[in-house]
Design a protein. Structure first.
Length: 273
């Protein structure tokens, strides 16, 4: 009987150990976290996913062209006051045409590489340096000149004030023609691309030429009318401006856009590497 009790007691202890082990095992199973699902694969970086030196998420090519773009918006307004003759004709163009064509090239390049929306944002941001430069000009004109300049360089002071005080129509006409023509350029350039892939260099050049020629003709009509109408006969200036911009759009802009795209590819690859 004592032996039976011992056997039963031993059996109870064995069952107790078995039950404890079973409970502990189930607890361990329940508490053990399930294996984490594999993390989604990170997509490969876009071809132009380099970052700027400041760590801003922007392709290096876009960063460089944005700096150039801001400078050209200001320079176009400053140079626009002088008209230059198109030798050997009597036709003339306002000198702002040269930096403005670079704005066309830059906006088309950005649209080609980074998309129409990115190019449009840069165009709208171009109002920032344009507006700041206009405000700073008014501040400088309002501040008194130094006694040294008044005493020894009065002609320089008079020339500076005469030119810059009389350019208010240029500063007003600039934004109107700027936003209209550049957004039109981006729209035409993008629409001509279509949905096809693997466009040839020739196709890129043709699109750039057509978009630039049409948008710059519109720009000339708007700018010259708002800036100079009523001050002198604008007929020769209007004709010369339109012809010059169309001509340069056809023979120069396509090559500049092609170079701009290749330069941006090189800058993005250099940063990525």
């Amino acid at each position: 009987m004592a032996g039976q009790s011992l056997r039963e007691s031993g059996g109870d202890r064995a069952r107790t150990r078995f039950s404890f082990a079973a409970v502990l095992g189930s607890t361990l199973v329940m508490d053990t976290p399930e294996p984490a699902a594999p993390a989604p694969a990170v997509p490969a970086a876009a071809p132009f996913a380099a970052t700027t030196p400041a760590g801003v998420s922007m392709p290096l090519g876009m960063f460089v062209y944005t700096l150039l773009y801001g400078g050209m918006t200001v320079l176009a307004g400053v140079l626009a006051y002088k008209q230059v003759q198109l030798w050997p004709t009597s036709l003339a163009v306002e000198s702002g045409i040269f930096p403005f064509l670079l704005l066309v090239v830059i906006s088309s390049t950005l649209s080609q590489l980074y998309g129409r929306e990115a190019a449009k944002r840069i165009v709208w941001w171009g109002f920032l340096p344009l507006g700041l430069s206009a405000l700073l000009m008014q501040l400088v004109l309002a501040l008194p000149a130094s006694s040294e300049m008044l005493a020894f360089r009065p002609d320089d002071l008079a020339a500076f004030e005469r030119v810059n005080q009389s350019t208010w129509r240029v500063w007003m006409a600039g934004p109107a023609s700027y936003i209209t023509s550049l957004l039109l350029n981006i729209w035409i350039f993008d629409r001509l691309r279509g949905s096809g892939e693997g466009e040839s260099t020739l196709g890129l050049m043709v699109r750039g030429a057509i978009a630039s020629a049409l948008s710059q003709a519109v720009d000339s009509v708007i700018f010259i009318t708002l800036a100079f109408y009523g001050e002198f006969d604008i007929t020769d200036l209007m004709i010369g401006q339109v012809l010059a911009k169309v001509f340069l759009s056809l023979v120069l802009v396509p090559f500049l856009i092609t170079f701009g795209v290749q330069a941006a590819h090189w800058l993005d690859a250099k940063k990525a590497g």
